[in-house]
Design a binder for this molecule. Structure first.
Ligand code: TXA
Ligand code: MG
Length: 339
């Protein structure tokens, strides 16, 4: 398949909208990561998304809207706490899980009776959804198992030849996927941490809990609330080890580890800005917010550079800490050294 590359010019957004309306697939930027979109009302188009990504079909898609009025079209009920999120944090990097209406096909929700809804803040995403004239079902626009794409070049690498078009809208600002909050149980639960933080939700009086699976692997016999949790996401080719703690202890430990790599090509993802010998150094930035923006891109870059083992400096410093930690621990397959 020939994959068109679009800019954010009006005529190209309109053409992309038409492709979606007609059952095709278009990758587009959002403030979190790039999404791979299809009409949320088209079951066959949803099937194409799973095929293009190589995604297991039991992992549901998020429905993207560009107007809060669309929520009532797809959700059967909106609990009070969900309404607060809609009022205070939408558009923004948050996804809410609500009971679905039957217009949303089972292929979009992987057979669940709930639907994930997100109103992205990115102008290009909003313009595309408006041009399509339908809500857009979209997972992240990476091949299944690869880090989510935060730059157009990541999407071009993973999706060329597999989808109809890619809109190049520059780099994603948040860099990790949206916070997912489930409102279909007794109490709201964060299923995935992101740019709207636990503290942000608490500050609005929402009695939210954090799902325990956010920082650990799922037991083989367990059914997670968020099907995506059970997959090994964000895994680069390199073996990643997180070294967590304050600067001096972290850097001392990584220097030791660099001496034990048996000649493998080593990389360090640094928060503290160290100089290590014999390692490819990439910067994660000083804050957890910067770390979130740089993480997936750095993981891809280590792969491109042929790095075989990566040591990631980490310390939880701000509200983005939990979101970074969740992705980093997964990328490291839970190999974490606390110093
Ligand atoms: O920031 C984002 O959320 C990005 C951009 C493109 O919007 N999208 C994204 O989609 O990260 P994806 O498919 O990579 O992750 C969606 C996650 C999956 O873990 C999936 O299991 C979960 O949301 N999910 C979707 N619908 C759900 C539902 N009804 N109940 C529970 N979890 C759901
Ligand atoms: Mg994804």
């Amino acid at each position: 398949m020939d994959t068109k590359l679009f800019s954010t010019e009006e005529n190209e957004i309109n053409e992309a909208g038409k492709i979606i309306r007609n059952g095709g697939l278009v990758a587009f930027p959002t403030e979190t990561v790039y999404g791979l979109g299809a009409s949320a009302f088209d079951a066959d188009a949803a099937k194409k998304i799973y095929a293009a990504k190589g995604r297991p079909s039991d992992n549901p898609l998020i429905v993207h809207i560009c107007d809060k009025a669309q929520i009532a079209d797809i959700a059967a009920e909106i609990p009070n706490a969900a309404q607060i999120v809609i009022d205070k944090f939408m558009p923004g990097p948050v996804t809410i899980i609500l009971k679905k209406k039957s217009v949303v096909p089972d292929d979009v929700t992987a057979g669940l009776d709930t639907v994930a809804i997100r109103f992205p803040a990115h102008e290009t995403a909003q313009r595309l959804i408006a041009a399509a004239g339908v809500p857009i079902a979209a997972p992240s626009a990476n091949l299944s198992g690869k880090p989510s794409p935060t730059k157009a070049k990541h999407v071009i690498k993973d999706m060329t030849g597999r989808i109809d078009a890619i809109i190049d809208g520059g780099d994603c600002n948040v860099g990790v996927e949206s916070t997912i909050v489930d409102f279909t149980g007794e109490r709201p639960v964060i299923l995935r941490p992101g740019g709207v933080t636990y503290d942000d939700l608490k500050a609005q009086g929402i009695e939210v809990e954090i799902d325990k699976n956010i920082l650990q692997s799922i037991a083989p016999d367990e059914v997670p609330k968020c099907p995506g949790m059970k997959y090994k996401h964000y895994a680069p080719n390199a073996e990643v080890t997180v070294v967590e703690g304050e600067k001096n202890a972290v850097q001392k430990k990584i220097k030791e580890l660099l001496n034990e790599t048996n000649g493998k090509i080593a990389g360090v993802l640094t928060m503290y800005g160290a100089d290590y010998d014999n390692a490819v150094i990439l910067s994660a930035g000083n804050t957890n917010k910067e770390y979130a923006k740089n993480l997936f891109s750095a993981l891809r870059e280590f792969d491109e550079l042929g790095v075989e083992v990566v040591f990631a400096e980490f310390s939880e410093k701000d509200g983005y800490g939990l979101a970074v930690k969740n992705r980093l621990y997964k990328a490291a397959a839970q190999r974490v050294i606390h110093v």
